[in-house]
Design a protein around this ligand. Sequence first.
Ligand code: CTP
Ligand code: K
Ligand code: MG
Length: 185
Amino acid sequence: MAGLVGVVAGALWAMLPAYVPNNAAVLAGGGAPIDGGRTWGGRRVLGDGKTWRGTAVGTVAGVALAFALNAATPVVADTLGLAAGVLPTFPPLAALGLALGAMLGDIGASFLKRRTGRERGASFPGLDQLDFVVGALAVSLALAPDWTLATFTPERLLVVLVATPVLHVVTNVIAYLIGAKNEPW
Ligand code: CTP
Ligand code: K
Ligand code: MG
């Protein structure tokens, strides 16, 4: 089972640039909504919860984190006693794909929420916890296909799909408790 720690560490490390954008957007949110207030079928296309500023700040935060992780990799791997290569490094296009993709996945989820009659802030269990994972992996695959396929091995993918919903719930409950978020999801 010695490899398990490495698989989990590598999987979570690889997803960190996709985990941070949505939280950064919560802190940076406000300003003009992406849909410009437009409606479709009597409901907002996306709603006031998806703004240009939140999306831009979230994306930049995710990319910046990826570059910071690249710089920190040797020290962290050494400290945790992990072999070289256990923690992936992020080429620029992979960093952009994960960060922007996470934001786009979340935006896509809001689009689906509005189409299914859910108001801003309503929960959509399942979608809420995995929208940004699907978005991040899809855009990363589009922008950096070789890196994405080599990095997200079946083992790491399994860890991501199991651990992400748990991390997402914990993070959002904390954000709610400290008053950064209006709802605990
Ligand atoms: N946010 C933003 N831009 C984004 C994503 C989030 O500005 N692209 C900010 C908004 O202030 C938003 C907050 O982060 O209200 C919380 O994000 P989220 O829970 O995704 O949005 P909701 O307001 O719940 O709206 P929705 O129902 O559309 O998810
Ligand atoms: K959301
Ligand atoms: Mg919400």
